[in-house]
Write a protein that binds this ligand. Structure first.
Ligand SMILES: NC(=O)c1ccc[n+]([C@@H]2O[C@H](COP(=O)([O-])OP(=O)(O)OC[C@H]3O[C@@H](n4cnc5c(N)ncnc54)[C@H](OP(=O)(O)O)[C@@H]3O)[C@@H](O)[C@H]2O)c1
Length: 274
């Protein structure tokens, strides 16, 4: 999902070589090294991951092979060739027990296999001498691929009532805004960890109500539920709000509020459909 807007954004000012899994499987160390060597880029943005959070619980080996070892393979070649590397990571490296937004210096403690495998990826990136950025983001939505907004709109068309969890809080983030922020971090930000999300936070329940409202449905059709009402393989953090303190410290702009991002996303995708 992110790769689509990232490519579109970066193409405005740079030559971009977008790579799919078929073109560069990061679990194949030799092929990854060969692909990056051939491209000889000024920087690599590593946004590839096994992102199916529930499937990761049952496919633990694959999760660590892609998100852990795959990232190590990317790191190894970037280190050898002194190519700066930006790695996209997740709010799910945190356990959600903090009552305030997580800052970049908070200790990670993942609750699920996906978070643990992404954290292993971060640890590989941190072995690079300098020239690396770890950008943790959260609750992505964007025009390419499955996302929560489209899932809720599909349910709104099919069902009368939508039950959505109210006991998980986070920051919805639009891929178009994240792509712009990633470009700025790489061009202007000192190395290290960055939390990047649209501003503000909400529960999935509040997010769903806002989606219905903005799309012209009756938001009261969304009713609150508890995480325990849905049996899912992976535990999720109750609070995964990210405080974007590093952006502020580096003098980089914060992203717009998530409600504004949602409005722009709906305008763009609905216009494309009609
Ligand atoms: N989605 C979110 O809410 C969210 C939140 C926080 C952080 N993130 C992070 O943001 C990044 C982008 O997420 P996204 O939502 O755009 O994910 P996505 O839509 O699932 O895209 C991930 C991409 O990685 C590719 N991939 C999977 N295994 C690979 C492999 N072995 N080698 C090369 N490519 C491989 C996938 O290819 P296939 O489609 O062929 O499998 C897909 O194109 C990820 O690093 C993710 O961990 C996402």
């Amino acid at each position: 999902m992110l790769g689509f807007d990232l490519t579109a954004r970066l193409r405005q000012n740079h030559q971009v070589i977008p790579l799919t899994r078929a073109e560069a499987d990061i679990t194949d160390a030799a092929a990854t090294a060969e692909t990056i060597r051939k491209a000889s880029p000024d920087a690599v943005i590593h946004a590839a991951a096994f992102t199916a959070v529930d499937r990761c619980e049952n496919e633990r080996d694959l999760a660590f092979r892609v998100n852990g070892e795959g990232t190590r393979n990317v790191v190894q070649v970037c280190r050898q060739l002194s190519i700066p590397l930006a790695y996209v990571s997740t709010d799910y490296v945190f356990d959600g027990g903090k009552s305030a937004p997580y800052v970049e210096t908070d200790a990670p403690h993942p609750l699920n296999v996906y978070g643990a495998s992404k954290l292993e990826g971060e640890q590989h990136v941190q072995t690079m001498p300098k020239q690396n950025w770890i950008v943790r983001t959260s609750w992505l939505f964007g025009p390419a691929g499955k996302n929560f907004v489209e899932a809720i709109l599909a349910q709104a068309r099919d069902a009368k009532t939508l039950r959505v969890v109210r006991d998980q809080i986070g920051s919805p983030t639009y891929t178009e805004d994240l792509a712009a922020a990633l470009e700025r971090v790489i061009e202007q930000g000192k190395p290290g960890i960055y939390h990047v999300s649209n501003q503000g936070a909400c529960s999935w329940f509040e997010f769903a109500r806002q989606i219905l409202q903005q799309a012209g449905f009756d938001p009261s059709r969304v009713v609150p539920a508890a995480s325990s009402d849905f049996a899912r393989p992976a535990r999720r953090p109750q609070n995964s709000q990210l405080a974007n303190t590093r952006l502020v410290a580096e003098g980089l702009p914060l992203l717009p509020p998530w409600q504004d991002a949602l409005r722009r996303y709906l305008g763009r995708t609905r216009a494309a459909k009609f």
